[in-house]
Design a protein around this ligand. Structure first.
Ligand code: HXC
Ligand code: NAP
Length: 292
């Protein structure tokens, strides 16, 4: 049975992020946009950074119309350190200091691994792993030099960062690296007042992910929803509430944690006896006679 899902409100108090600035890579679309929208509702100043000026402008206009508040945009390819530095300097100058970073930008597509060119493989690794490193190292150095503390890094990984996954091997390798960075820096940079946390989402419908992971309506053809115990994909506001909480002072003692939000999807694939889900009620009744 599916649980009805109400239109979710932000669960935190309205002023939770007042006076705080959050930088979101890939924040103009998909989950980055949804997290940004809720953070803006909660009083944050937003800095959105990605490659496409048009997408950034459209996102800013939509956010200001729907929510209002302060939104700054700057293009940068996260693979390019010089562009990352230029964008961060722009945000620091115009938005005030940055308090939190969400490493959300990603590149991904499905393919048999042996069909990938070296450049295709590197492209995903460079965006996800090197891109997250570029933003984290640049901001981290600045935060440490400023010596104020109270900073947070939130990395968006995936459940297959832990399990691995066929047909998305560059993404799985890169996300595993980002997960390792999360846990490593949680320890190393805690002394500077920098927390490091991650979210591992299951399937949350976005144009970017769906057109690359399920081209040609593969999700419907293969019944992807049946791989999720809760029998539905995630709602963006569920993930945005989790991200808001992890970035907030309410989560000030959470450090190094990778929180899964996937309706139980990865466990369905993992549990030794989960294949027994195929049995009907009648099958179970029939089996009862074997009980000792
Ligand atoms: C095989 C592909 C390919 C594909 C591109 N390439 N798409 N190979 N299958 N579908 C190859 C190209 O041929 C080229 O190799 C190399 O990859 C680089 O391609 P470009 O198009 O030049 O790269 P670029 O313009 O930098 O674009 C990066 C991109 C693109 C990753 C390829 O898809 C992109 O911009 N993605 C951003 C958004 C995104 O991916 N969002 C989804 C995140 S979803 P050659 O050898 O020909 O030069 C996600 C979900 C995880 O992460 C978990 C879900 C449950
Ligand atoms: P999306 O809408 O395609 O988001 C990816 C964003 O990254 C885009 O805004 C894109 O903007 C930006 N980006 C890509 N390459 C970049 C680069 N080189 N430099 C700077 N920005 C770049 O997909 P999404 O589904 O919202 O994904 C968001 C995050 O959630 C990703 O980390 C993804 O791995 C993760 N995730 C998603 C799902 C899901 O089911 N949707 C599940 C698990 C994890 P530009 O094109 O303008 O650069």
């Amino acid at each position: 049975m599916k649980h009805p899902l109400p239109q979710l409100q932000a669960m935190l108090p309205k002023n939770t992020f007042e006076g705080k600035t959050v930088l979101i890579t890939g924040g103009a679309t998909g989950l980055g946009f949804s997290m940004g929208k809720m953070l803006l509702e909660l009083g944050a100043t937003l800095c959105l950074m990605s490659r496409k000026q048009e997408a950034l402008e459209a996102a800013k206009a939509a956010l200001l119309q729907d929510v209002g508040g302060s939104v700054f945009i700057h293009t940068a390819d996260v693979r390019n350190v010089d562009e990352v530095v230029e964008a961060i300097e722009y945000f620091e100058k115009n938005a005030g200091g940055i308090d939190a970073l969400i490493n959300n930008a990603a590149g991904n597509f499905i393919s048999p691994t042996e069909a990938l060119s070296h450049n295709a493989f590197d492209t995903v690794i460079d965006i996800v792993l090197k891109g997250s490193k570029n933003c984290t190292l640049e901001l981290g150095k600045r935060w440490i030099a400023q010596g104020k503390g109270g900073k947070t890094i939130l990395n968006i990984v995936t459940t297959y960062a832990t399990t691995g996954s066929a047909f998305v091997v560059p993404s799985a390798m890169a996300k595993a690296g980002v997960q390792a960075m999360t846990r490593s820096l949680a320890v190393e940079w805690a002394k500077y007042g920098i927390r490091s946390v991650a979210i591992a989402p299951g399937p949350f419908p976005t144009e970017g992910a769906w057109e690359r992971l399920f081209p040609g309506g593969l999700d419907k053809k293969l019944g992807v929803v049946n791989e999720i115990p809760l029998q539905r994909p995630g709602d963006h506001r569920e993930l945005a509430n989790l991200a808001s909480y992890l970035l907030s002072d309410y989560a000030a003692y959470i450090n190094g944690e990778v929180v899964t939000i996937d309706g139980g999807e990865w466990l369905l694939g993992a549990g030794e006896m989960n294949f027994l889900l195929q049995l009907s009620q009648d099958d179970w009744m029939a089996l009862a006679k074997y009980k000792k």
